[in-house]
Structures are given as structure tokens and as C-alpha cells.
Design a protein around this ligand. Structure first.
Ligand code: NAD
Length: 488
């Protein structure tokens, strides 16, 4: 793998597309410049992938035999863990503690699906005639995996592991801002001995490389994680081919504080839920609803502690709030806070980049708490994808549920209360794919993840995650010996 090589159908070579650059979040300098994949590269990758998937050396492997490849990939990720984490911190700016956790999550994902393959079962359905009826799952063939820049190796693994486990070839397209970790993962997977051609890593612009993957007639499924607007466009293109898609999209997740909550744990959980990853998280708890009776107390405490968070470079293990992924993204976040001001928001802390020599070059933005806006405002409705929280008071449960659900999104929700009945009741009433009660932003590979409404379609993770990359086939097998009634 050279500095300007991508993985096309088992071959490391220079991409035929335009040059893409990965910029350092610390000073904007170019840390990698490489040619992306164009439609011709995608076509080569699809052909090689289809051939590799149909080769008996892969096609005829039993699930528990495929599992060995996944376990070896997990071992490879573990061996390279520190280098992969450092690379990701360099590329995305994220704190090293967080990128180490993301690498561990990628390793766990491959181990989990390796284990799941040991127990893969088909179904013998209750017979309604003189035949044996079965439902079996088969690989799709070639599938596309398109990922965003915010947690690269974890979201890459979340798609590549179940797609390979299911017996497919995979075209992985990382975000153009952060191609490096996906390419390094490609090298680790290659070193596991996986047959060549089963994995391609194709960085490039979404509108070129991503679009070519989605529209290619040889690609039978696309699993996408990214923004809702992109997901909508991919869904529309997929409809033309009648191709299944999985969509993990954006969010504007409500976090709810009731008066009886354990306030110390609650405020810590609120800070983590929105300001970790510098808010660049699909599940960021960015809309805070606090019961009016404790609103001032909670918000004042939150502001005091948000102002004291340690802002710094991702390479410093003490950093809590690292720079944003690029200067352009930081400026976009700053623009959305300006719009909040124009909408009438009060900025209780942050609302700007930190000042001083140490911060001058990095894509930093201070943890920001806003209040004074109605839930219908643009600031409360649109995903900001930065360290920005907007606080709103609520009066009673019905008022709360109405406000929390008044959004196009439905990804996640946090509930802080000591009343277990209330927690359960509210959890069931909120439109969200995931609800955290007295915790936030916890993930497990064994628990399905995904959104409702415009936050997505389909679920990843969990044992059933493999089926997202398979086709179901029913088999009727006649066991009788008599004549076929209709024709006899
Ligand atoms: P994005 O939608 O701009 O890009 C995501 C990926 O799609 C990139 O690889 C991009 O190159 C590609 N792409 C762009 N246009 C395309 C097209 N027309 N056809 C095919 N591919 C195309 O999103 P982003 O800015 O990289 O990521 C941030 C967004 O991702 C946020 O909205 C965030 O909420 C969301 N996200 C969701 C989850 C989840 O699991 N629900 C997780 C992480 C991020």
C-alpha cells in the first residue's frame, strides 16, 4: 500500500479519479493527498468482487469456516490497534482515548460476527403439505458500504464484518475527508488472508465514487451511514434498481431531565452525551429538555461544567473536547450558532472558537449551551454536528413528549429519573431507535442500532445484523410418492 494507492478488487493501485486531500484538524495542513476512485475503478472492483464471491474457494465455505477469516481480521486489528488509533486521531482530530475505543469496537465487531457465524441457522417451517419447507439465507453477491467521517473504523467495521460474514464481496467507500483508516483497515484485512477481490476500499467524492457504487447494476445492496439528505438521494437511486438499502442517518436527539434525577450523574451524562466527540456524533444529545422546576439549577450547573471541559489536541490523553474534523466544518458550526443568535438564542457559554496562540491554528470550537428558543426554531430542528446544545424547559409529561417527538428525526433519546415507572412510560412514548435511561451514548455490538422517521431505515448490529446482507430463499421439497393432483 503506497501513499497514493487504493484497493481495487484485490490490487493496490492509484485511483483514476480526482485528487482528494485529508487535512489536519490541528493546522489545516495536508496530511494525505491521493487519487480517489472513479466510475471505472468502481466497475473493476465490482467485477473482481463478483468473481471472488462466486469462486468456490469462498462461495462454498461453510459459515463456521468464514468465521475463521473474521477472527483473523479481529486479531490483526488488535495487533495494529495503537497505529490505527493514532492514524485516526491524525485524520479526524478525535482524542486518542476515543479513537482507541473505536478501534476496540471494530475488533469486537469482527469477533462478534465470527462467533455469530458459528451458530447461523436456517429455518424448517411448519409443513402445510407433503413437503419439507425451509427458509434459508444466502449472500447477495457484491454490496456497497458507504461511511461518514466521524467514527471511521467503527462504522467501517460495522458494515464490512457482517457483509463478509454473510458471504459477500464488499466495496467500502469512506468519506473523502478521512480515507486513511479505511485504507489501513484494508491492509489488515488483506493480511488476514481473505481471498483477493472480496474487499475493495474506494475513497473519493460521494457524488462520484459513492454514486457510482449505488447505481452500478452489479451492486445488490448498499448500506449507508451519513446525513439524511444524502440518504434520501441514495434511497431514490436505489429505488430505480429496486435495490435494498440500509440507512443510518442524522439526529437531533432529546435528552430529558425529570426533577427526581440524580443530578450529579445527570449533568455528567449530559456533558458526555453532547460534548464528547466534540458533538460530532449522530446520537449527540443536542436538545435538552429539563423540567421547569429544576431548569435553572440544571442548566447553570451544566454551563459551569461545560466551560471547564479540557479543550485541546486529540493527541493529548487529557483532552475532552478535540478540534472538529476540518476548519470548514468548524466554520459551518459557527455559522449555525450565529443563526441561533439571530433567532434570539441566549449563548450561555461558548459560542466561539477559543482565543489565544495555542488555539489559533486548530479547528477548535468551545462547548456551547444555548437557551431561549422554541422547539420549532431552526436551531432546535436541524442537526448541527458540533459541540452545541440547546436547552428547553417543559411543564408536564404530555408537553414533554409532544415537544420531544416534534422533529423529523428519531435516532436516540436520554431519560434521567429515579422513577422507574416514569422512565419506562416515557421511553415507550418517544420516537427513537435507541433510548438510554440514566446513561447515554452507550453501544453494544450485540444490541441492534438504527433510527426511525428520517433517522434511518433498517438495523445494524446484533445477530440479525448479518441478515441485512443476505437474501432469503424458501425451498419446498416434496416428499410424497403419489401423483401430482391437479394434472393427474
Ligand atoms: P454525508 O452524508 O455527507 O456523507 C456520508 C458518506 O456518503 C460519505 O462517504 C460521502 O462521500 C458519501 N456520499 C455523499 N454523497 C453521496 C451520494 N450522492 N451518493 C453516494 N454516496 C454519497 O455525511 P457526513 O457529513 O460524512 O457525516 C455526517 C452525517 O452522518 C451526520 O448527519 C450524522 O448524523 C450522520 N451519521 C449517522 C450515523 C448513524 O448511525 N445514524 C452515524 C454517524 C454519522
Amino acid at each position: 500500500m503506497g501513499a497514493d494507492e487504493i484497493l481495487v478488487g484485490g490490487v493496490w493501485r492509484r485511483g483514476s479519479g480526482a485528487v482528494i486531500e485529508s487535512l489536519s484538524p490541528l493546522d489545516g495542513s495536508v496530511i494525505a493527498r491521493l487519487h480517489g476512485a472513479d466510475a471505472g475503478d468502481v466497475d473493476d472492483a465490482v467485477r473482481a468482487g463478483a468473481a471472488a464471491a462466486a469462486d468456490p474457494a469462498w462461495r462454498d465455505l461453510l459459515p463456521h469456516e468464514r468465521a475463521r477469516y473474521l477472527a483473523r481480521i479481529a486479531d490483526g486489528i488488535a495487533r495494529e490497534a495503537e497505529a490505527l488509533a493514532a492514524l485516526q486521531t491524525r485524520d479526524t482530530g478525535k482524542s486518542i482515548n476515543e479513537t482507541r475505543a473505536l478501534v476496540r469496537s471494530a475488533e469486537a465487531t469482527f469477533r462478534y460476527f465470527a462467533a455469530a457465524l458459528e451458530t447461523m441457522e436456517g429455518t424448517v417451517t411448519p409443513s402445510r403439505g407433503p413437503y419439507l419447507t425451509m427458509s434459508v439465507h444466502e449472500p447477495i453477491g457484491v454490496v456497497g458500504a458507504i461511511t461518514p467521517w466521524n467514527s471511521p473504523i467503527a462504522s467501517d467495521a460495522q458494515k464490512v464484518a457482517p457483509a463478509l460474514a454473510a458471504g459477500n464481496a464488499v466495496l467500502l467507500k469512506p468519506a473523502e475527508w478521512t480515507p486513511l483508516v479505511a485504507l489501513a483497515l484494508g491492509r489488515v484485512i488483506e493480511e488476514s488472508g481473505l481471498p483477493a477481490g472480496l474487499l475493495s476500499v474506494l475513497p473519493g467524492p460521494g457524488a462520484v465514487t459513492g454514486d457510482a457504487i449505488v447505481r452500478h447494476p452489479g451492486v445488490g445492496k448498499v448500506s449507508f451511514t451519513g446525513g439524511t439528505a444524502t440518504g434520501r438521494a441514495i434511497g431514490a437511486a436505489a429505488a430505480q434498481k429496486i435495490m435494498p438499502v440500509s440507512l443510518e442517518l442524522g439526529g437531533k436527539s432529546p435528552t430529558i431531565v425529570f426533577p427526581d434525577a440524580d443530578m450529579e450523574r445527570t449533568v455528567a451524562g449530559l456533558l458526555f452525551g453532547v460534548f464528547s466527540s466534540s458533538g460530532q456524533s449522530c446520537v449527540a444529545g443536542s436538545r435538552l429538555f429539563v423540567h421547569a422546576s429544576v431548569y435553572r439549577q440544571v442548566v447553570d450547573e451544566l454551563v459551569a461544567r461545560a466551560s471547564a471541559l479540557r479543550v485541546g489536541p486529540g493527541t493529548d490523553p487529557d483532552t475532552q473536547v478535540a478540534p472538529l474534523v476540518t476548519h470548514a466544518h468548524r466554520d459551518r458550526v459557527a455559522g449555525m450558532v450565529e443563526r441561533a443568535r439571530q433567532e434570539g438564542a441566549r449563548v450561555l457559554c461558548g459560542g466561539r472558537a477559543p482565543e489565544g496562540e495555542a488555539w489559533a491554528k486548530g479547528a477548535y470550537y468551545l462547548p456551547t449551551v444555548l437557551e431561549g428558543l422554541p422547539n420549532g426554531s431552526a436551531t432546535c430542528q436541524e442537526e448541527i454536528f458540533g459541540p452545541v446544545l440547546v436547552a428547553l424547559p417543559f411543564e408536564d409529561e404530555d408537553d414533554l413528549v409532544a415537544q420531544a417527538n416534534d422533529t423529523v428525526y428519531g435516532l436516540a433519546c436520554g431519560i434521567w429519573t429515579r422513577d422507574h415507572r416514569r422512565a419506562w412510560r416515557v421511553a415507550r412514548r418517544i420516537d427513537a431507535g435507541t433510548v438510554w435511561i440514566n446513561t447515554y451514548k452507550q453501544f453494544s455490538i450485540s444490541t441492534p442500532f438504527g433510527g426511525v422517521k428520517e433517522s434511518g431505515l433498517g438495523r445494524e448490529k446484533g445477530r440479525d445484523g448479518i441478515f441485512a446482507y443476505m437474501r432469503q430463499k424458501s425451498v419446498y421439497w416434496d416428499m410424497s410418492e403419489g401423483p401430482i393432483p391437479w394434472a393427474s
